[in-house]
Structures are given as C-alpha cells and as structure tokens.
Design a protein around this ligand. Structure first.
Ligand code: UDP
Length: 328
C-alpha cells in the first residue's frame, strides 16, 4: 500500500516507517526536520516540507497516489504546551486540518492518528480504558483530543476512516540499533536518565515527590517504541480490511514511578545514577496506566518488549553508541 507518514523522521515516526517498509508497504515521509532527523530515515522516501504548505501536501498526495496516511507530525512536549498553548493548537490542529482537507481533495480516506494518554488528564480509575472520561490537564493533550473530535466529524460528513492510537509513554529504541531517541531539548525521562548515566548531565531531576502515589513520584506506563510502531501497521491493515473507525490505548498495563524507572535504569547500566528532587512539573497527572485490551482483542496487538528493563536496555544500547544522537 502507498502510505504517507507525516513526522516519519521523528522518534516514533522513524520506527513506524521501519515496520511499514519491512511489511512491504511503499512509504513516503513528510517531515519538516524541525524535530526529526534525516539520518532517522532508513527506509522510504523523505520529502522535506511542512503540513502548513497546503499545495505541497495536496500535490504530494495526488502525485504519489497515497492510499493511507499515518499522521504523527506534531509538537508533543507537555510542559512546553502549558506555557505556549498557541504553538500546540496552531501546529497540532491547523496543520492537521490542512492534511485532512488535502486527503479529501485527493480521495485518500484512511488515516491512522498519533494520539496520547494525555487526553485523559488525571484518571478516575486505572488501568484507563478508552471510554474513560477525557479531561486533559495540559494543552498538548487538549490539542490531540480536539483533533479526535474533528476526525469523528470528518468521518460523519466525508466518509474518512480513522484509527486513533493513544500512546502512553513511548520509550526504548530499535532493537536492531538503527534508530533511537534524539530530541533537542530532551525532556523525556528515560533518555535523560541514560544521558546522566553517560555523564552528559550532572543529575536527573525528579519532578515532584509529593504526588499521591506510594513513593510520591509520578507513575507512567512505559511502552516500547517498536511495539507502538507495530500497532500502526495493524491499524492500517484493519482499516484496509474494512474495520470501522476506532480509538485504542497503547500501553503495557503496568505503571512505574519515576524512582522505579531510575532504579531499573541503574540495574541496566550497572551503576548508580545521580538524581535530585525537584518541584512538580506543570501539567503532569499523577498516574497514567493503560488498559490496552481493546487493541489486543480487535487489532491482535501484542507487545513484544513489555519488560521495563528490556525497554531501557534497548535505549541504553542506542545512547551508548550514539552519545550525540544522530549528530545533526
Ligand atoms: N520526569 C522527571 N524528570 C525528568 C523528566 C521527566 O521526573 O527529567 C517525570 C515527569 O514529571 C513524568 C515522567 O517523568 O512524571 C514522564 O515524563 P516524560 O516527559 O518522559 O513523559 P510524559 O509523561 O510527559 O509524556
């Protein structure tokens, strides 16, 4: 199938492209390289451009005869979204609308959307199922939730068919060592811990030690990036097989606190990693843990790298061999 992956040079996108290409799909990547990396494109054809460039997107969809789109291009840093909501709404909503309208113009009707656990906000119950109330605590989560509402309306009015994948905390790296996580600035816990282990940072800051959790630090559900990537392939196949539009959580169903992640990383790297306590970070819910039963049942999704230590080991292999990331 001819598939366009927006944001395909980014962390999750690059892993998605690899899985799609390996499954025999013909992949075109649209990425403005604002946050992505040319070297993260190991298969498919990269077009450097922006979703805000509507003529470019329309031309690309038509010229390449794109049959399905996987839309990952977005800003995704929770604390930044709190202080710069306009950046998140403009980019994640306005450029997303450009994409949808270009899809309608070219007759492309299948979309897999990269959504987030941040749509739920502070959960009333865990593990979180897809019908749990959505009340995001930050503009990032809100931008993704609004876009899901837009998708439903486009389905009703225009016959668009979509699957929205709500990721919990993506972590780890390509087990074959080709791809990894390289953000600038880096804000995510696992790479920050491993950069600290490499001596590239002086200490990990633990954001908040007074949350209502057993050890006072936030609990998250860490999911291997290649397992996430696999779910995109399954979603694409499901849409092509005529499955109705739907939303799926993607997580391992087990929560780990910031301190537990730190301990697991110390076991993986085999030495202590310096950490200091710091104030809470704005926008962070205390606990996010997924129920992914629906994805397992309906898509046949089964995580292969569910163990936190395995997830961290794959990331450690990448960071050790790429201390400067992709080096661009
Ligand atoms: N976190 C932390 N120190 C850091 C980065 C993150 O304590 O340097 C915490 C953060 O407050 C959250 C968890 O680790 O509770 C996961 O954060 P991350 O940014 O990796 O992902 P998010 O949950 O924001 O998507």
């Amino acid at each position: 199938m001819k598939v366009l992956v927006t944001g395909g040079a980014g962390y999750i996108g690059s892993h998605v492209v690899k899985v799609l290409a390996r499954a025999g799909h013909d992949v075109v990547i649209l990425d403005n390289l604002g946050e992505g990396h040319r070297r993260a494109v190991v298969s498919g054809r990269l077009v450097v451009g922006d979703l805000n460039d509507r003529p470019l997107v329309e031309e690309l969809l038509a010229a390449e005869k794109v049959e399905a789109v996987i839309h990952l291009a977005a800003h995704s840093i929770v604390p930044e979204s709190v202080v710069r909501p306009e950046k998140y709404f403009r980019n994640n909503l306005v450029s997303g609308l450009n994409l949808l309208d270009a899809m309608l113009a070219s007759g492309c009707r299948y979309l897999v959307f990269s959504s987030t656990a941040a749509v739920y906000g502070e959960p009333e119950r865990v593990p979180i199922e897809e019908d749990h109330p959505t009340l995001p605590t930050n503009p990032y989560g809100e931008s993704k939730l609004f876009f899901e509402a837009i998708l439903r309306r486009y389905e009703e009015a225009h016959g668009l068919r979509f699957i929205s994948l709500r990721y919990f905390n993506a972590a780890g790296a390509d087990p074959e060592g080709e791809l990894g996580e390289d953000h600038d600035p880096e804000t995510h816990l696992v790479p920050i811990i491993l950069q600290t282990a490499l001596g590239l940072r002086s200490a990990v800051r633990i954001f908040g030690t007074d949350y209502p959790t057993p050890d006072g630090t936030c609990i998250r559900d860490y999911i291997h990036v290649s397992d996430l990537a696999e779910a995109h392939l399954l979603a694409l196949n499901a849409l092509r097989a005529g499955k109705h539009s739907s939303i799926y959580n993607l997580g391992n169903g087990e929560g780990f606190s910031v301190r537990e992640v730190l301990q697991a990383a110390e076991q993986v790297v085999g030495r202590p990693i310096p950490a200091v306590e710091a104030p809470r970070r704005p926008g962070d819910p205390a606990v996010l843990v997924a129920s992914s039963e629906r994805a397992q049942k309906e898509l046949g999704w089964q995580p292969r790298y569910a163990d936190l230590r395995v997830i961290i080991s794959t990331a450690w292999n990448w960071h050790r061999s790429h201390p400067a990331g992709y080096g661009d």
